[in-house]
Design a protein around this ligand. Structure first.
Ligand SMILES: [Zn+2]
Length: 122
């Protein structure tokens, strides 16, 4: 199994198992952008337990928070650089809108990133 950073990032983006790198973590690929992904209980290749212990994914909230803040900052910088005549309220609405739209991908990728940072071992 390759362990380079580029390979790990590709595995995270594809939603692959943190142990074997082959099995899918989520049941389905994106049907629509707002489709809530369902996580599998175990890897179909190596039987890695994706759910871990109770409360294992609480830490993924910190990852999700960081992603939301980063997306909000990027949305603010893009919106404020392209549209000069916007009021503060309009800019804040754009930032909140971007964060809401990206909340489901954040939910999915924060759990995957959490599993790669802190893999669950029995
Ligand atoms: Zn696996």
């Amino acid at each position: 199994m390759k362990t380079s950073l580029t390979h790990k990032v590709l595995q995270i983006l594809k939603g692959k198992c943190p142990q074997c790198g082959e099995g899918d973590i989520y049941e389905t690929k994106y049907k629509t952008f707002l489709h809530i992904p369902k996580m599998k209980d175990r890897c179909e290749v190596c039987h890695y337990d994706f759910n871990g212990e109770p409360g294992y994914f609480l830490g993924a909230m910190y990852v999700s928070y960081g992603m939301a803040v980063l997306e909000g900052i990027i949305a603010f910088l893009i919106a404020s650089s392209f549209i000069k005549e916007f009021s503060g309220l309009a800019l804040a609405s754009i930032v909140v809108g971007v964060i809401v739209v990206f909340s489901i991908p954040n939910f999915k990728f924060s759990r995957i990133i959490w599993m790669y940072i802190f893999p669950y071992k029995l």
